[in-house]
Each structure stands twice: as C-alpha cells, then as structure tokens.
Ligand binder design. Structure first.
Ligand SMILES: Nc1ncnc2c1ncn2[C@@H]1O[C@H](COP(=O)(O)OP(=O)(O)OP(=O)(O)O)[C@@H](O)[C@H]1O
Ligand SMILES: CC(C)(CO)[C@@H](O)C(=O)[O-]
Ligand code: BAL
Length: 281
C-alpha cells in the first residue's frame, strides 16, 4: 500500500524505518513519462518515494500555476499500482512555512540561458524546491527526466556545487507514438493543436540529423527550424544547438557531444523538447 504523507514530521518517521530511498520529484498529473521514472527508481531495489507538489515559486505571476492540472486521486492510484512506498504530498505551507524564504540561485551561465531566459526566476524556484525536497526526503538518489534537460543540468550543478551526496539519475524522454514528448501541459492542447504538436520533435530531430552528419551551420539550421515552426502557427522561444555537458554554445573545432533544445508556444500552450545529436562525422 502506498503511504500518503502530507507532513514532514510523519515523512521523517516513516523514512527512519525504510533506510536509503530512490526519489522521484513531480508536480503530479502523472503520465507514462512519470511512471517510467518510477519504474527506473524501482530498478535500484530500495524503497521509492514520489513527491507531488505544484511549486508556486517556479511559476511567474502570468504563468499557469492556478490552471496547472491537479489530479491527486488518479495520481495516487497510479503510484499504488507501481508499488511506490511513500507519496509525499505536502501543502504549500509545509514547504514554505515562512512568508520569506532564502533561495538557491543557480549560476547565471546555466540558470539564465534558454529556459531561464524565457522564464526569469524559474530555475531559482526549481533549485530551491528541489533542495528543500532533498533535505526532507534525504534520498540516496533522485530520478529526473531528460525531457527537462536544462533542469537536470541545474540540479546536477547544485549537487556538485553544494556538495550534496545524492546520485542524479537521468531517464530518457518518454514519447507518444507520434513523437510528442509526454507532458502534463499536453492536456491544454485542443485536437488541432495536438495534431500539430509533434512538429517540435520533428524539427529538432531533423536538426540533430543534419548536425550529426557534419553540418556546422548552426545559426542557419536554427533559423530554418524556427521558420518551419512559425509557418505552422508556433511562437518560438528558442531552438538552439548546445553542448550536452553544460548547455554552452558549441565550439566549431572540438568534437563535443551536442543536443538540440527547443521551446515554443502553440496557442496558449508552451512545450519544450530536446534531442541528442548522434555524431557520425
Ligand atoms: N516525457 C517525459 N519523459 C521523461 N521524463 C519526463 C517526461 N515528462 C516529465 N518528465 C519528468 O518528470 C519529472 C516531473 O515533471 P513534471 O511533473 O513537471 O511533469 P511534466 O509532464 O514535465 O509537466 P510540465 O508539463 O509541467 O512540464 C521531471 O523530472 C520531468 O523531467
Ligand atoms: C523538479 C520539479 C518537481 C520541481 O518542482 C519540477 O520542476 C518538475 O516537475 O519537473
Ligand atoms: N517540468 C518542468 C516544470 C515546469 O515547467 O514548471
């Protein structure tokens, strides 16, 4: 039976009896992508803790904090079916008990680019809540999805820079049959937008193929991909070729591992995705 816990006090009591755990932080509205993270957690053969918390700190005032889907009972049934040990479902007041809080601000070189440029303050909100959840759960490891690649890099850097003894495990992006990365925000799409949405993955995959085959005209490729999306009604935040390791722009001389990252809006729905480059030349 999954144990549903709302308060830190109870969480600590339960954890004391469990020993080292694997932890999957989420904002709920669980889909197969989340459940794949839970399955990955189970491969470590230690108890699994999943948190469900829609973190107000990572939403700007004009963003979708209030509209964000909250499907608690369905989420808990899915965690029960996956044999999760603890579902930690705190109230906002449990995570932020004081009116003012200190924050974890990622280095600008990582926290203020790409998603951080499009959503100022976003990674301060993410890093702060992730550190807080880590301190509450004190897991041996935490599992994150590659769909949010920059979030993974921010969390890895935080663990490195603040000497946290937590292994960060990255699980591949789970996709629908047509390639669209699974995401809670896909639920905002109307049928016509849902049919259009896989184009983001397709243009990123096409760019990754071109770069993998040796095309180094990155700016031209980025412009072409953006134009293709704009032509089909998207508003593009960025499409960018980056070094996989630190998301810096690549140099033309070194043969670094690369990824193509993109974020764009279809109607009112903002989607992100990324594709690693398989370099053949
Ligand atoms: N399609 C996916 N594949 C792999 N991991 C995923 C996928 N979607 C979400 N995750 C991971 O699940 C964890 C919790 O993410 P979150 O609850 O924000 O879900 P989401 O579907 O990404 O929602 P949103 O639409 O808000 O971005 C994160 O580590 C995230 O990277
Ligand atoms: C890591 C996270 C749970 C922090 O709120 C969130 O950013 C998410 O769901 O990806
Ligand atoms: N999955 C990332 C969390 C967010 O967009 O707020």
């Amino acid at each position: 039976m999954v144990k549903v816990v709302h308060q830190l006090r109870e969480l600590r009591q339960l954890l004391g009896a469990l020993g080292p755990t694997s932890f999957v932080p989420t904002m709920g509205n669980l889909h197969e992508g989340h459940l794949d993270l839970v399955e990955r957690a189970a491969t470590f053969s230690q108890p699994t803790v999943v948190s469900i918390f829609v973190n107000p700190l990572q939403f700007a005032p004009h963003e979708d904090f209030n509209a964000y889907p909250r499907t608690r009972d369905a989420d808990l049934a899915k965690l029960e079916a996956k044999n999760v040990d603890i579902a930690f479902v705190p109230l906002v007041s449990e995570i932020y008990p004081e009116a003012q809080s200190c924050f974890i601000q990622p280095a600008d070189s990582l926290g203020s680019i790409l998603e951080g440029a499009a959503r100022p303050g976003f990674f301060t909100g993410v890093a702060t809540v992730v550190l807080k959840l880590f301190n509450m759960v004190r897991p041996a490891r935490a599992i994150f999805g590659a769909k949010d690649l920059q979030q993974v890099r921010v969390v890895e850097a935080m663990c490195r820079q603040l000497a946290l003894d937590i292994e960060i495990v990255v699980n591949p992006t789970s996709r629908a049959a047509d390639g669209l990365a699974l995401s809670s925000r896909n639920g905002y799409l109307n049928p016509a937008e849902r049919a259009e949405a896989p184009r983001l993955f397709r243009v990123l995959r096409e760019m990754a193929r071109a770069v993998g085959e040796g095309d180094t005209r990155f700016l031209q490729l980025e412009h072409r991909a953006s134009a293709e999306l704009i032509k089909h009604g998207w508003a593009v935040d960025y499409i960018s070729v980056r070094r996989l390791i630190d998301l810096e722009p690549p140099s033309l001389i070194d043969r670094e591992s690369l990824a193509i990252l993109g974020a764009a809006k279809l109607g009112n729905t903002r989607l992100i995705d990324n594709v690693e480059v398989d370099r053949r030349r």
